[in-house]
Design a protein. Sequence first.
Length: 393
Amino acid sequence: MCPTPTQLAALLEQCRHARYVWNLALEQWSMWTRDKGSAPDFTEQCRQLTEARAVFGWLRAGSQTVQQQALRDFDQAVKNFYGGTHRRPTWRKAALHEGFRIVGPQAGRVEQLNRKWARVLVPKVGWVRFRLSRPIPEAKSYRVTRDRVGRWHLAFAVVPEPIPVPGTGQVVGVDRGVTVSAALSTGELLTCPGLSETDHVRLKNLQRRLARCRRGSKRRQRVKVRIAKLFARARDRRKDWVEKTSTNLARRFDVIRVEDLRVAQMTRRPKPKADPERAGGHLPNRRRAKAGLNRGILANGWGLLVQRLEHKAPGRIERINPAYTSQTCSICGHCAPENRQSQAVFRCAACGHRAHADVNAAVNIAAGRAVSARRETPGRVSPKREPQHATSA
């Protein structure tokens, strides 16, 4: 979106109203206890919003649709939390959560100006021009958002049609990693692009400059914007790679098998231990290592890749138990920790099969070989025993 300076101030005002209503509803829901009965629902909160708009003029100056949709979003967030699919709703902060949603007949006030440009009538703002990245769909709602860099985006709430099945009968396994973002069972190694070496040097210099800036100064704000632009560039590259990779996989293969990984739990901050000396290491070093691993997982888009695959190829994504897929030979089925000699080298101790470690794991995923690939439950092979060979299921 390309708002004018006047429209920019009006959009920010709408974002402040939506954020204020969300935080007010969150505070009301958090203070409610069991002895007070159930918390106010969406209908009751809308009635309270109408009373508040009659009292406060600055709230009445905003769009009622924007404020009601903030309550609707919060109500859906609470339902998702109780349903166990999402985490607890959190506070929305300025310059971090900037956006609002428009629904109903007002969402249909969109006009296409030419092949590249169109305009939308935002309530209390006016006609705002935006650049088209795809044809304008028939949507009943849209969302206006602003990222940390200051870019405004307009997203229409439309579920696109899934990619049709190619009908080739091919099955592919996808092994996600940190060094290799996605290894396919066909032998392809895909790497998610991120910041270049020059960008890393520039980021380090900006972070050092940020540490020397005084808090609350304009110079510190300018440096933070420059750092945000670098991270936004890496995020845009990652999203572009995920979209292209997921579309390519959905068009080539009938069934796509991935590891059933809980990325949110894997990237959580490690819990502090009661006695760091007894744990066998220094706790700050452990935290730094875990933070580096978390950054590597998030930078490779593990969760986003599977999410987009499920959107584009619904019903064709199968999740496989990831247990021992990297230690099991894809030829003879022998499972032992010493099979994987390094991050990229896999050599079976039983049959001598050599392959790229990630590709070998992807072949096991494609065949559904996790625990079901062995007749007995796989585990660590004792060095005193002879390795047992397993047949493929």
